[in-house]
Design a protein. Structure first.
Length: 311
């Protein structure tokens, strides 16, 4: 039994999500696992890696053996974990640095489905895509949850079906590099209509969260309402947003399924850009616009900061 090896699935998802292939396999050892991966880098060259991952500490003898094995195989060696001293032949990253370099952990492979956006749009209209089985509104919540986790690169707490009947929103996104967000997924045929009664319910969600957790985690920044579309016009949505902001100090932002799906697709292609996005600029509007995400991604490419990022 491997006692000191971290979550293999998390490592695999992060590598695959960042464009690596693992065709050369994964090899378990007593204190670590080796992931033999390859990726075509920015200059068009295919670079082969030997990535050794441990949840504890590499010994000097283990590092010496890994360096020799990497040299024999002609691959770049990356150590993920802790070590007292590492020769220049290898790169040492902490577990956190490893995921950060790859754009954050990947919690679900659902966003990598080429049909993710189209399915999300159909589910958001409270309809069932031809190739899926289940209840549309429940599947919409699941797809929304997977999409938000990929978007933010952090775990999103989903309240789920077991809390039906309680005065809670569908989920909460909380992490060191994102604002504090509560969200509600609303599958609705013909577009979701946001009444003042619904806004009062959103306020109740926020106020209840503040009573329980504000001292520990701080104030909620945004409440996101996600649906296939919205039946209300821009003026009505702005009125609802202003009401929420004035009464509980939280910005109410509306996200269409098309926005969420397209934003996820953009970050599937450019996962390293995720930490550079300013969600305050994106969610500061009444309705989130995909061109705001695209504009920030363009700035990242123009500045070439991501390729220079250090751990």
């Amino acid at each position: 039994m491997l006692e000191n090896v971290p979550d293999k699935q998390a490592v695999v998802r992060a590598l695959v999500g960042s464009g690596f292939t693992l065709s050369e396999g994964i090899y378990p050892f007593s204190n670590y696992e080796i992931f033999r991966a390859a990726r075509v880098e920015q200059l068009g060259c295919k670079v082969r890696y030997m990535i050794a991952v441990t949840a504890s500490r590499f010994s000097a003898s283990e590092i010496a053996w890994l360096i020799k094995d990497a040299e024999r195989s002609g691959v770049a060696l990356v150590l993920v974990g802790e070590a007292t001293e590492v020769p220049s032949e290898a790169v040492l990253l902490s577990y956190e640095q490893f995921f950060d370099r790859l754009g954050g952990p990947i919690f679900s492979m659902v966003p990598f489905d080429p049909q993710f956006t189209s399915r999300l749009e159909v589910l958001g209209d409270n309809k069932l895509p031809n190739d899926l089985d289940g209840i549309p509104n429940e599947l919409f919540e699941q797809y929304t949850h997977a999409g938000l986790q990929h978007l933010f690169g952090t775990r999103v707490v989903r309240n789920g079906q077991e809390r039906r009947g309680e005065a809670v929103a569908d989920g909460i996104a909380i992490g060191p590099s994102i604002p504090l967000i509560i969200y509600d997924a609303k599958a609705a045929s013909g577009g979701y209509s946001t009444s003042m009664g619904a806004v009062r319910q959103f306020m109740d969600y926020v106020n209840d969260f503040h009573k329980k957790y504000k001292k520990q985690v701080g104030k909620v920044d945004y409440f996101l309402v996600i649906s296939g579309g919205f039946a209300d016009d821009e003026d009505a949505l702005e009125e609802r947003s202003l009401a929420m902001k004035s009464r509980c100090g939280v910005t109410l932002c509306f996200l269409s399924a098309t926005f969420l799906g397209t934003a996820v697709e953009l970050l599937v292609r450019e996962p390293l850009a995720r930490p550079a996005l300013d969600w305050h600029l994106i969610f500061g509007r009444v309705q989130a616009r995909i061109k705001d995400v695209e504009k920030q991604l363009q700035a990242c490419r123009r500045d070439a900061i991501l390729s220079l990022k250090k751990g």
